[in-house]
Design a protein around this ligand. Sequence first.
Ligand code: FAD
Length: 384
Amino acid sequence: MGTSLSGGAVPSPGGVVISFERMNRIIDLDRENLTITVEPGVITGDLIRAVEAENLFYPPDPASLDTCTIGGNVAENAGGPRAFKYGTTKHYVLEIEAVVGEGKLLTTGRRTKKWVVGYDLPQLLTGSEGTLGLFTRITLRLLPKPPSTYTLLAAFRSEGDAARSVSRIIANGLLPSAMEYVDGKCIRAVGDEIAPFLPKDTGAFLLVEFDGFGPEFERQVERAYELMEKEGVVEVFVASDSATREKLWRARRGVLPSLEKLGKKIRHEDVVVPRSRIPDLVEYTGVVEEETGLMLATFGHAGDGNIHVNILYDEGQENLMEEAVDMVIEKVWELGGTAAGEHGIGLLKKKHLYRELDPLSIEIQKGIKNIFDPEGLFNPGKVF
Ligand SMILES: Cc1cc2nc3c(=O)[nH]c(=O)nc-3n(C[C@H](O)[C@H](O)[C@H](O)COP(=O)(O)OP(=O)(O)OC[C@H]3O[C@@H](n4cnc5c(N)ncnc54)[C@H](O)[C@@H]3O)c2cc1C
């Protein structure tokens, strides 16, 4: 709750903040039909743990999972490390109950595996950033829990070696459940806090996780090892038990909270490039650093090409920060990417939206907003 990185939850002057904190009940867990129905204030990590206790699986796992809510995840179409194999929140939303314009209660979607009766309004509401209505109940699809998980944290000498390993793993037909990247600048700034076990000369690391079972599962893990060795991996840390896995994941999930403690302001950009272009993007952040004198630290969901570019700056350096943002976004478009992968547009990224979308698509989207919210009450000033 309130973890949006695009200013989505920042109220506009004269507005009212609605908290879903106390609407945090799991209403129904249907084991036979693999669905769960919840109130929007359920903390994502609590939902994941509740379904895993039943040997079931809810894949979307934003790194903020212990503080964000399912309502916020649906509103932002949140992703997470496991999106590479399992997709984002929208792939799990079946039915939504929402309060829409004029206080009407809309229930849309079906709890069945398939549904094509009319336009897919649940998918339209997913990612609507609180601008089309207030979700009051959500039904999500579940999967059976994968029997085994195997986690590798591979330390590389350079960012290029790590980024090239991502492309190699994908090009060789492997399907990890997660493939996360952290660059050398993050490691130098906060490595001692989040991953003290890393070799001193680590220039970047990848966290690669596989889930499944049987010989095919083992073959994939071994092949990933071989491919990373070819790219000059320095050391690989392995976890097959939950305590060690937690230690390795802390190295990834702890990056942003630790960067935030450095006493700098941070602008979070959340770009996506074709995965083969990650090395170009990472290299270009060095050009931006030279030009602006600011530090750009990158990490994120490399398997999806979704790299979080964090621009660190001080009070009074806002213009330089904006210059760095513009340079990064221009480069991303040049590489065939998009300005926002999972953090939404909110307040901060409206400029990107107006430049990335064509006028007709903006006009249609504004028309949709007007149908759902003719009085303009829901999250005013966000997205458009
Ligand atoms: C350390 C950290 C790591 C993060 N990692 C990830 C990540 O890996 N992947 C990712 O996708 N994001 C990530 N985020 C961003 C953020 O956690 C997600 O966008 C999350 O989905 C927001 O959930 P929230 O409950 O905090 O929503 P809030 O921030 O409270 O709200 C976000 C938006 O959702 C709307 N909203 C909330 N509840 C409802 C509702 N019931 N009905 C309608 N609209 C609603 C709000 O109006 C707002 O526009 C991270 C953030 C942090 C701080």
